[in-house]
Design a protein around this ligand. Structure first.
Ligand SMILES: [Zn+2]
Length: 295
């Protein structure tokens, strides 16, 4: 746990004292909605940092993501994520680690899709907290919505490398700080999400950091894997729905408020068409770890 006054992402780190892009941001989890934190942007790499320290164990005890279930919406989104991995070369028989797997929904989904060697690890979920999962190495490592939770971004990336085979595939999905406007923190509350999110990388900062540790990009996506053509299964809709449901993340994991959607022409429009105008605040980069001979 650490407060952050100096960028820990780039090689010419900017400081909080020298930052001009600064904003107070409220926690968007209902139990902690009165807690406010400061985000500031590194003038050099455009990454965003949560300035204040926090007792994260306390915050994770009431984390709404733990009640996520493998429903229609999750399956549609995971099919999308799997297509991205397949395009990058993921095939049956490969070993997969979902690092930061939460309640293990993607682990289950991949098992259902015929992948026989899928492991989940999550320090904050008892069922998946066994660090023995990190003793092995894998053909494919997935870290979806995880790197932004790490206090030490570079150290986290190095931890991922330890479990990735040479030539293996690493998929990092995370908010893109370059697509987040700090002047509108309520619009971007799902991406900012303090104090759980510690450091949000810009796309360039992620590419530079990854390159410095021997990762080369195979594919880049400037939209959330949650973006599909299925009605309501797109990030534009999700973000607007959550905002109208009190702007707390909890709403995304509670029973759907059908009345809220039916009475809002804007939510109708987003539900049907949101795929075509995605927010640019999310990204995924699929990397390949350079084999030793080309490192
Ligand atoms: Zn920086």
């Amino acid at each position: 746990m650490a407060s952050c006054d100096v960028c820990n992402v780039c090689d010419s780190p900017g400081t909080f004292a020298g930052a001009s892009d600064v904003a107070p941001v409220a926690c968007n989890v209902r139990a902690f909605a009165n807690d406010t934190f400061t985000f500031w942007r590194c003038p050099n790499c455009r990454s965003l940092h949560c300035r204040e320290d926090a007792d994260l164990e306390r915050y994770y005890r009431a984390y709404p993501v733990k009640s996520h279930v493998l429903d229609f919406w999750a399956r549609a989104a995971y099919r999308n994520l799997l297509r991205r991995l397949a395009r990058a070369g993921l095939a049956g028989g490969m070993s997969i680690l979902d690092y930061g797997c939460g309640p293990g929904l993607l682990v289950r989904f991949l098992g259902e899709q015929g992948f026989s060697s899928v492991t989940g690890y999550d320090a904050h979920v008892a069922e998946f907290a066994d660090r023995a999962a990190l003793d092995g190495t894998y053909d494919c490592v997935i870290a979806q919505d995880v790197i932004e939770h790490a206090d030490d971004t570079r150290g986290f990336l190095l931890d991922l490398l330890k479990v990735l085979k040479p030539g293996g595939m690493l998929a990092i999905g995370t908010p893109n700080a370059a697509g987040i406007d700090l002047a509108r923190p309520e619009t971007f509350s799902l991406s900012l999400h303090p104090p759980y999110h510690r450091h949000l990388l810009s796309e360039q900062a992620l590419l530079d950091l990854a390159s410095s540790v021997g990762l080369e990009p195979l594919a880049r996506y400037r939209r959330f894997y949650y973006d599909t053509l299925w009605p309501t299964v797109n990030y534009r809709f999700l973000r607007a729905y959550v905002r109208r449901a009190g702007n707390v993340l909890d709403a995304a994991f509670e029973p759907p408020r059908v009345g809220l959607v039916l009475t809002s022409p804007l939510l109708w429009a987003h539900a049907l068409l949101g795929y075509f105008y995605p927010p640019r605040s999310e990204m995924m980069v699929v990397f390949r770890r350079r084999p030793p001979e080309s490192a």
